[in-house]
Design a protein around this ligand. Structure first.
Ligand code: ADP
Ligand code: MG
Length: 254
């Protein structure tokens, strides 16, 4: 029978060969736990493997969150639903499971400034990244600039294909700045290329009825909205700006 120290050295060797460093870190401690708790061999192996997998997933999620270029880290946990009664808690909790991403469905968050649209869009993006999806954030004008740049190099189709590798694109602030005709057409192509393939999360301070003003053309706007809302959840947020209110306990109340 091999000695436990040579078995330990072998495990360390195999953990390195498998590029599974957490196995090398965890197997001794879990072995002690297994002996004292009387785990079966299978239970012990499952515990060791699950440590590797869960830590890989956690570091993968952290990388995906970093790569998403969110403007700040916002989560569903730090969204105060009491301060925003027009946000449907049940629906948002469901969106937080990211099943809409598997179904290539969209989410539109509409409402006046400061009602939590960007916060919720980022929080849903964070959830998607945690669930293993690639996510990329930009403003509507940022997306158009990116597509314009690709278009000028004759690489628009390739860029749209590349973007389809992201399960979720967040398009923040549709409507703050009106688009000229070229920009509107590029944005339309983005929406069309994702339709029934991959998700968009959009935020806008304008109701869909006023998107014609953004795109300078009711027909383009209608065709776009049609593709967005065909498979989508639309959340209309209301109320005063959260930025104007003081929700935090302040020094004078402490
Ligand atoms: P919008 O995109 O609708 O203009 P934001 O999502 O940027 O608004 O919200 C403005 C600020 O207020 C952000 O810092 C956001 O985190 C915060 N905020 C807005 N609504 C809430 C809320 N219900 N709970 C917690 N923070 C909120
Ligand atoms: Mg915003």
């Amino acid at each position: 029978m091999r000695s436990s120290s040579s078995a330990a050295a072998e495990i360390e060797h195999y953990a390195r060969a498998l590029r599974a460093p957490r196995i090398g870190d965890a197997f001794r401690r879990l072995g002690d736990q297994a002996r004292s708790a009387g785990w079966s061999y299978e239970e012990y192996l499952a515990a060791v493997l699950s440590r590797e997998v869960s830590e890989r997933e956690a570091s993968g999620a952290a990388l995906r969150i970093k790569a998403a270029r969110f403007p700040g880290h916002k989560t569903l946990e730090d969204f105060n639903f009491d301060a925003q009664p027009s946000a449907d808690r049940t629906l948002i909790a469901h969106l937080g499971t990211s099943t809409f991403v598997d179904e290539a469905k969209n989410v539109a968050l509409l409402g006046p400034p400061g009602t939590g649209k960007t916060h919720l869009a980022v929080a849903l993006g964070v959830q998607a990244a945690n669930h293993g999806h690639r996510v990329l954030f930009d403003t509507a004008t940022g997306w158009v600039a990116r597509l314009q740049e690709a278009h000028s190099r004759g690489k628009l189709a390739g860029e749209l294909t590349k973007l389809r590798r992201y399960s979720v694109l967040i398009v923040d602030e549709v409507g703050y700045i009106p688009f000229d005709q070229d920009a509107a057409n590029l944005f339309f192509q983005l929406v069309a290329s994702r339709y029934e393939h991959a998700s968009l999360i959009l935020t806008s301070n304008l109701t869909f009825g006023r998107w014609g003003e953004v795109f300078g053309d009711q027909t383009v706007a209608a065709a776009m909205i049609d593709r967005i809302v065909h498979h989508a959840d639309v959340l209309s947020l209301k109320g005063a700006s959260y930025r104007m209110k003081s929700h935090q306990p302040t020094a004078d109340t402490a």
